[in-house]
Ligand binder design. Sequence first.
Ligand SMILES: Nc1ncnc2c1ncn2[C@@H]1O[C@H](COP(=O)(O)OP(=O)(O)OP(=O)(O)O)[C@@H](O)[C@H]1O
Ligand SMILES: Nc1nc2c(c(=O)[nH]1)N=C(CO)CN2
Length: 275
Amino acid sequence: MDYITITGLKVFAHHGVLEEEKKNGQDFYLNAKLFVDCHKAGVSDELRDALNYAEVCQFMTDEFKSDSYDLIEKACEELCRKLLLRYEQLEKVELKLDKPHAPIGLPFENVSVTMERAWHRAYLSFGSNMGDKKAYIEKGIQEIKEHPLIRNVKVSQLLETKPYGYVDQDVFLNGCLFLETLLLPEELLAFLHEVEQHADRKRVIVWGPRTLDMDIVFYDREVYDSEDLIIPHVDMQNREFVLKPLAELCPNYRHPILGQTVKQLLDQVQSIPQE
Ligand SMILES: Nc1ncnc2c1ncn2[C@@H]1O[C@H](COP(=O)(O)OP(=O)(O)OP(=O)(O)O)[C@@H](O)[C@H]1O
Ligand SMILES: Nc1nc2c(c(=O)[nH]1)N=C(CO)CN2
């Protein structure tokens, strides 16, 4: 992918753990690799099609000076976040923050931190089979749309589905949604749990009735396993109530482990006779 590089942007700022660093300030140097698609600007030669690096430098300077953090990690993280939120065409940023005058008391050349942060694309599945199902779902989606680190939410149609697994319960209303986010997988999961809690979700029976359930189906092309999160969702390929609305959003998205597209997985599930 294309990128623009800015190196050695000198900014006087007040980040540091020590009181005198906060009071007196010092010079920092910002080095950014800005991942943007440059093809349009490369063809048109028009500034309006480009990421204006002069403007980005001014923005980085102003934002970096406007806060005072203890840690270079925090100063760097915040600046990455601000850049990604400010410039819509920026897909990823790699930022190296140099602090060559850090109060170390020993001869050294430089101390720095480097971070890579990006917009991630995720697909979620959601469902409800208690109370006002549509209202629970709509409120949950609204909460997702309002999250400051989530953008571009696209929602499938809602469909009524028979309960899968534990069948002695009411019919479900199900759907899927696409989003772009700066949240990491575990942060996204924690946020979805909050959204479920706001719908008064109680975890009583596994696969049992729920006011609102929100699962992560895909997160970029990632394969991720931790104690409490598995991506892609471990049972999505067996669930028509996931695959049908998902096929509306991304029929050609290929499952990173199974190698089949969402549409192919849906066709397979639908070819199995239901009792
Ligand atoms: N991809 C994922 N999305 C959401 N939760 C997940 C995922 N992978 C693992 N989990 C874990 O599953 C736990 C149980 O989730 P939940 O209570 O929603 O289960 P369930 O809806 O009854 O079953 P299922 O997850 O099979 O739909 C969550 O607390 C979470 O830690
Ligand atoms: N139709 C349908 N069945 C289910 C659903 C669901 O959302 N829809 N969720 C389950 C556990 O997450 C278990 N069974």
